[in-house]
Design a protein around this ligand. Structure first.
Ligand code: NAG
Ligand code: NAG
Ligand code: NAG
Ligand code: NAG
Ligand code: NAG
Length: 429
């Protein structure tokens, strides 16, 4: 019965070593390493003992740091470093059984490093958040190893709200930036978020596992932005004047306007401040009124500004064709609109006499003037002889824009349609 159990366990060991990729005789590997797994902080000391009970012709340690030369009169040999300075180290204990046989066993070493810094911040946003919106928080973890054992945990107050891990096999220290989406509720005013870098080093590692936590980030949630801009939307022709007033009813420690043109320096004894330009000369301009509520809180509000330009030219022509059109055939008309902005508000309207026959619009977000060429398919009918086509560029600038909306129309294109002689011939026959 005992014999049977031993045989079973031997077969099992051989099987396990085959699965692990070691040579089959490793099932009989008489080497023992104590401890068989090491979790070591980079820069600290580490050691393990290799031992064997059988007679042999020498044993030693092979390692990128602190290798031990072969000796032949011992049953146990220690690998030891005072200061581990290798990230990827795989010490192997080997024993020469005789001239033909050698055993070896690898010590598993996990080298870790606490992060230098764990910090939390808001992404591209300073100042109070507005109720009911989405914001992004960011956690920066600097110089940590190994990243595959790292967990980045996010806490809202005491509650774990998200945990991120990594599959990266890098053994040397890396820095990681993770993000968390938060949506703000009124009750969240004053809530603290923290992120934590945790190294899950397992039972061989230090207990509890190393954790480094960021300073807390206290979020302020306001019901509404107290800044008002009058008017809040402005539609201005490029090269003309523009102005808007920023105002606040609460006390503050200074207000100003930030803009590539017409910026206003901080002033603190007013409740309203005007942004003004005589001749608007930038296409990409984002005037922002900012107000310091106190030393820590800053409010901002951007003026919604649309800058437009009438097209220099709107012209209509036939594509690849001159002279009269032949009845029953297809032709293409082309409308060229030169130097118009912004194209996302442009409509190109096609008229046959007084009737609108097609209207084209654009999704392009370009703010600077562009050229656009549109086409219209027409089939020549006998009754169309002498008909006039026109195209029109219309800027749909909305209620804040000039009324009626700016429209520039091409000269008319008069088409001549000749009867299809082949068809006439057929009809007569
Ligand atoms: C290794 O062996 C030495 C001597 O027998 C002993 O003092 C030491 O504690 C052992 N170390 C480990 C890690 O087992
Ligand atoms: C060697 O033999 C002793 C006594 O039988 C045992 O306690 C020890 O674990 C053995 N060591 C190895 C490496 O097999
Ligand atoms: C801005 O305020 C000034 C002074 O209070 C006023 O004269 C002007 O009309 C206001 N402009 C706008 C666009 O509201
Ligand atoms: C117009 O004609 C030219 C030369 O025959 C040809 O290369 C071009 O593709 C034509 N364009 C259209 C829109 O048919
Ligand atoms: C539009 O076309 C005109 C005339 O061909 C040209 O001078 C101008 O550079 C073009 N503008 C753009 C933005 O491509």
């Amino acid at each position: 019965m005992l014999y049977f159990t031993e045989l079973t366990s031997l077969v099992l060991m051989v099987l396990i070593s085959i699965i692990n990729g070691a040579p089959p005789f490793a099932g009989n590997n008489p080497i023992k390493i104590q401890p068989d797994k090491l979790v070591v902080e980079f820069g600290t000391s580490a050691s393990a003992n290799c031992s064997i009970n059988t007679t042999h012709h020498g044993m030693g340690w092979e390692a990128s740091q602190a290798a031990v030369q072969m000796v032949d009169n011992v049953q146990s040999l220690t690998w030891k470093v005072e200061t581990l300075t290798h990230w990827d180290i795989n010490p192997v204990c080997y024993v020469l059984a005789d001239a033909d046989e050698q055993w070896h066993l690898q010590l598993q070493v996990t080298v870790y490093k606490h992060p230098d810094l764990v910090s939390i911040s808001t992404v591209s946003y300073t100042g109070p958040m507005i109720e009911g919106r989405q914001y992004e928080l960011q956690c920066d973890v600097q110089n940590v190893a190994p990243v595959r054992l790292l967990n980045v945990n996010w806490y809202k107050g005491q509650q774990l709200v998200q945990s991120d891990s990594f599959t990266d096999e890098t053994k040397t220290p890396v820095s990681k930036t993770m993000t968390l989406q938060v949506s703000t509720r009124r009750g969240d005013d004053g809530v603290q978020y923290r992120c934590e870098a945790e190294l899950k080093l397992g039972p061989e590692g230090p207990q509890p596992p190393p954790r480094v936590t960021s300073d807390p980030l206290t979020i302020r949630v306001h019901r509404n932005n107290p800044i008002k801009i009058q008017p809040d939307k402005l539609v201005v022709e490029f090269g003309t004047s523009a102005s808007a007033n920023c105002s606040i009813t609460t006390t503050h420690h200074g207000m100003g306007w930030e803009a590539s043109q017409g910026a206003v320096d901080l002033v603190d004894d007013v409740q309203s401040l005007t942004w003004m330009v005589e001749t608007l000369k930038y296409w990409d301009i984002y005037p922002v009124c900012f107000i310091f509520a106190d030393a820590y809180e800053q409010w901002e509000l951007e003026l919604q500004l649309t800058i437009y330009k009438h097209p220099d030219l709107v012209s209509i022509s036939t594509v690849n064709h001159t002279g009269p059109m032949i009845e029953g055939r297809q032709y293409e008309l082309q409308c060229d609109v030169q130097n118009v902005a912004p194209v996302r508000f442009l409509n190109v309207n096609w008229y046959k006499e007084q009737q609108l026959v097609q209207s084209d619009s654009f999704t392009d977000e370009t703010k600077t003037p562009v050229n656009k060429t549109m086409t219209l398919q027409v089939s020549a009918r006998r009754g169309d002889d002498g008909v006039q086509y026109r195209c029109e560029a219309e800027l749909k600038l909305g209620p804040e824009g000039p009324q009626p909306p700016p429209r520039v129309t091409s000269d008319p294109l008069t088409i001549t349609v000749h009867p299809n002689e082949l068809q006439e011939f057929c009809v007569i026959t």
